[in-house]
Design a protein around this ligand. Structure first.
Ligand SMILES: [Zn+2]
Length: 538
């Protein structure tokens, strides 16, 4: 809020507002939507806050909605404006993939990624044309050779219309740490590293795809920049591209030069897995879509890389399951490390659902085995895992967990007497890693027993999800989840219990003992008695 000295100069607050209203095109400085001065819903504020050296002069004033000013995400209105836009994009594009917009979404939002370059390679140079504008502009750049890899590259500066995002090599989303970069650029500090891209000339045209440095580009897009410097690798074939994919993946995993979230590492592993399948086909002279070989065959063939490959196979299952559009649980998973709004972290999913139910051993059946009749073991594993996760989402989270309350410090808030709704409290307690892990033990036992008693089949734990579950079994699983979720323990507000059991993170064994006996390892009775599968099924 501005409390300025203008009124002494006989300029009223309303007059300033009217002037700003005109200058800003009748729109709010933060959200960009129209402001109605008669509504009274407006405020005048300093663009650069006084505390940061902003002057108390009309040039430093802006008109905003009252609500936008109240909710602003930074005291510097220019940053607040960028972050408003970012939040808006999170809402618009964040529903899929990694729950945040990626560079492709940013480019789309700002009118980029529209045209391939018209390009030709002449000796040690590339010549390219910006052809979508009325006066065609052409330019050329030196082509260099990377000394050890032999890859060709060039340095060019491109308007965003000619920049695409490669979400395959770099699927990472734009996280809220983009704010730090916005502040840097806003203070006139230059971009230090050049973003990386690759392109392949086909019929005189080339789409330039960025695979590194997307946060820098996103931050500057938000600040109105529309042209970016790039180091562009000129790729000749699949092998070159594969090299970039592997290099970038290693930079973020083995070498840890870039901080890749675990789910991003898995995604890249899955990409490399499919690259390996392609290589295998080529070297064996197989058709493009051939799936007549097994995971075991691949491992035997790529002997030198068998350990990595084994991991990539599992990465592919994890990635499929977690990014499936059918997966209802993923809306409740925080992919970028610490969870605050969302109850689950990606790492919890790996330690629970994936640890229990993904078979880590490579299969000997062909990848195409019974795929058409819906009985391929890997495919069943993926689809049934999604179905199980959906059941948890339906019984515990959807319409029950309140994002606005969030998951941070819930037990503390509860002990201070804050009003936490039952459904929300239950959802938070049931999705604790150690609790979830132990619930899944009962789910696993329920499945095993069904196979044994109803189908006369003894199945190893790791293979359970690779057999098709009859509808009746799904009914049993749901019953188990419902019965556990309905236990009064999850909504018990006793402060002693809250701090003893839910205070800090407990071990898996702590909860195993509690579920098995009804008592904590210290002997404190929490449940009337231990849980039994028989009772959980009624
Ligand atoms: Zn506004």
């Amino acid at each position: 809020m501005v409390t300025c000295h203008c009124e002494e100069q006989n300029v009223s607050r309303t007059e300033i507002a009217e002037r700003l209203h005109e200058i800003q095109g009748k729109k709010c400085f933060i959200c960009g939507r129209p402001i109605d001065l008669n509504s009274g819903d407006w405020q005048i504020d300093h663009i650069v806050p006084r505390a940061a050296g902003g002057k108390d002069e009309p040039q430093n004033f802006a008109l905003t909605h009252e609500i936008c000013n109240k909710k602003k995400l930074d005291s510097d209105l220019r940053v607040a404006r960028c972050m408003f836009k970012y939040e808006e994009m999170k809402e618009k594009y964040g529903k899929r993939g990694f729950n945040h917009p990626n560079l492709g979404d940013f480019l789309e939002e700002f009118g980029g990624a529209k045209y391939p370059l018209k390009i030709s390679k002449i000796n040690d140079e590339i010549e390219y044309e910006f052809w979508h504008i009325s006066t065609i502009k052409s330019d050329k750049s030196n082509l260099y050779k990377d000394a050890l890899s032999g890859l060709n590259y060039s340095f060019i500066s491109l308007p965003i219309e000619y920049i695409y995002h490669d979400d395959r090599i770099n699927p990472r989303a734009i996280g809220s740490r983009v704010k730090g970069l916005i502040e840097e650029f806003l203070h006139g500090r230059p971009q230090l590293h050049v973003s990386l891209a690759w392109t392949k000339i086909e019929h005189g045209k080339a789409e330039v795809k960025v695979f590194d440095g997307q946060h820098k580009i996103a931050a500057q897009l938000l600040l109105g920049v529309r042209e970016f410097p790039l180091r562009v690798f000129l790729v000749n074939n699949e092998k070159d591209l594969d090299l970039l994919l592997v290099t970038n993946t290693r930079a973020g995993t083995v070498l840890r030069q870039v901080a890749f979230d675990m789910s991003v590492q898995r995604f890249l592993g899955s990409q490399i897995y499919w690259e390996k399948i392609d290589q295998y086909r080529q070297l064996k002279g197989l058709e493009e879509n051939d799936l007549s070989f097994s995971e075991k065959d691949l491992i035997t063939f790529f002997k030198g890389e068998h350990r990595e490959l084994k991991k990539y196979i599992i990465d592919d299952v994890r990635t499929y399951v977690i990014h499936s559009p059918e997966n209802k649980l993923k809306d409740y998973i925080e992919f970028g490390g610490r969870a605050a709004e969302k109850p689950l972290s990606y790492s919890t999913i790996e330690k629970t659902f994936f640890t229990f139910f993904i078979n880590k051993e490579p299969l000997e059946t062909p990848l195409s085995y019974k795929l058409e009749v819906g009985e391929n073991p890997r495919q069943l594993e993926k689809e049934q895992l999604i179905k199980l996760m959906n059941m948890f989402a339906e019984e515990i989270l959807i319409g029950k967990y309140d994002v606005d309350i969030g998951s941070a410090k819930i037990e503390e808030k509860l002990r201070k007497g804050e009003n936490i709704p039952d459904n929300h409290l239950r959802a938070i307690r049931l999705t604790r890693e150690e609790v979830l892990y132990n619930i899944l033990r009962y789910v696993r036992d329920c499945i095993k027993r069904y196979f044994l008693l109803a189908m006369g089949k003894s199945v190893e734990d790791k293979e359970l999800f690779q057999y098709k579950f009859p509808e009746q079994l799904w009914g049993h699983i749901r019953k188990v989840i419902q019965n556990i979720a309905n236990m009064p323990l999850w909504i018990n507000r006793d402060t002693g219990l809250s701090s003893a059991i839910f205070g800090g993170k407990q071990s898996y064994d702590y909860w195993k003992t509690l579920f098995d006996t009804g008592k904590t390892p210290q002997g404190v009775a929490v449940l009337p008695k231990g849980l039994s599968l028989d009772e959980l099924l009624t």
